[in-house]
Design a protein around this ligand. Structure first.
Ligand code: NAD
Ligand code: UDP
Length: 314
């Protein structure tokens, strides 16, 4: 079976490519390297079943090979990256998604969309079930991503209804682990890097907003299970353990034996106050649930960032 992973050089995509290769599949990674990195996939390039294509999904995809499965992950995920050029972010989720869906149609391939908990916006229902329709500000700085991902889900369902295309939609909650970009501005990479450098830990707002963090190997297993299941979705994939950013900072300071102090900064606009997946559907339909506790995942991630610092790698 041949599998295309768009965004395969990114954080989640590179772990997914590695997982699929380990299972013996042929894998093609298609990426424009906006946030993706050669370093994430350098080990995979030694595998003859792996290939990289430099391409932007906002341009039509014309690969003369047949694919059975397509995972669409091509979209920057950190607030800094997706707000860097908000129009490009919307394009990836609209024009780009249409190009991916058209290519899937041409191949008769099953296609999975990496959607996000951001489609719930600043949620008024807690924890969030797949039936919740969300509370998103269409005009705010996060809208290019949140609304883009909402349109992408709509396009997936329209291609499913109109062309009977076998689609899968997963809503991913905050995911972390090795290969995260240390400068991507996300909370776990920021806090760990600050703690390792004994710099002030930047808590936005009062630090009482919550997030639920899923370790990347758990997520990748969930993506694969969903792809190979008979469910269209949407299905939430995330770890229901819920922590405030204050608790997270304390955990990371303790884990790294850091001398960092806490520094409170302004809360970014439209920052969701709480986030926790209801994963009943994933448990029931996919027999999936995360295995890695936050403490264990943070240790593995901190070890990766320590290695980055030691080897002076960016
Ligand atoms: P990432 O930024 O590390 O990876 C995204 C990859 O897509 C990068 O390799 C980037 O170069 C590539 N890309 C971006 N725009 C592209 C385009 N137009 N054409 C081709 N390639 C393009 O992000 P990630 O954390 O690995 O996220 C992967 C996917 O999962 C994204 O779609 C994201 O929205 C979704 N997701 C991630 C999280 C998370 O916490 N990491 C949460 C929810 C959803
Ligand atoms: N955050 C923080 N300090 C940082 C970076 C982020 O307090 O240095 C907060 C941010 O305001 C948000 C939470 O951590 O409430 C998660 O932010 P992230 O960007 O990782 O993900 P998202 O907001 O997209 O869930």
């Amino acid at each position: 079976m041949k599998i295309l992973v768009t965004g395969g050089a990114g954080f989640v995509g590179s772990h997914l490519c590695r997982y699929l290769l380990q299972r013996g599949y042929e894998v093609v990674c298609l990426d424009n390297f906006f946030t993706g990195k050669n370093m994430n996939i350098i080990d995979l390039k030694k595998n003859i079943k792996f290939k990289v294509i430099l391409h932007d999904i906002t341009e039509p995809i014309e690969i003369e090979e047949h694919f059975d499965r397509i995972y669409n992950l091509a979209c920057p995920a950190s607030p800094i990256a997706y707000q860097f050029d908000s129009i490009e972010t919307i394009k990836a989720n609209t024009l780009g998604v249409i190009n991916v869906l058209e290519f899937a149609r041409l191949n008769g391939a099953r296609v999975l969309q990496a959607s996000t908990s951001e489609i719930y916006g600043d949620p008024l229902e807690h924890p969030q079930k797949e039936t919740y329709r969300g509370n998103v500000n269409t005009l705010g700085p996060r809208a290019c991503y949140d609304e883009g991902k909402r349109v992408a889900e709509t396009l997936f369902m329209d291609y499913h209804r109109k062309y009977n295309l076998p689609v899968r939609i997963v809503r991913i909650f905050n995911t972390y682990g090795p290969s995260m970009d240390k400068n991507d501005g996300r909370v776990i990479s920021n806090f760990i890097m600050q703690a390792l450098n004994n710099e002030a830990i930047t808590i936005y707002g009062k630090g009482n907003q919550t997030r639920s963090f899923c370790y990347v190997s758990d997520l990748v297993e969930g993506l694969y299970k969903m792809m190979e299941s008979e469910n269209v979705g949407p299905i939430n994939l995330g770890n229901p353990g819920e922590f405030t950013m204050f608790e997270l900072a304390k955990k990371i300071i303790k884990l790294t034996n850091s001398r960092s102090r806490l520094e409170y900064k302004e809360l970014p606009k439209d920052d969701p106050k709480q986030r926790k997946p209801d994963i009943t559907l994933a448990k029931t339909l996919l027999k999936w649930q995360p295995k890695i506790h936050l403490d264990e995942g943070l240790k593995k991630t901190a070890d990766y960032f320590k290695w980055l610092l030691k080897s002076n790698t960016s």
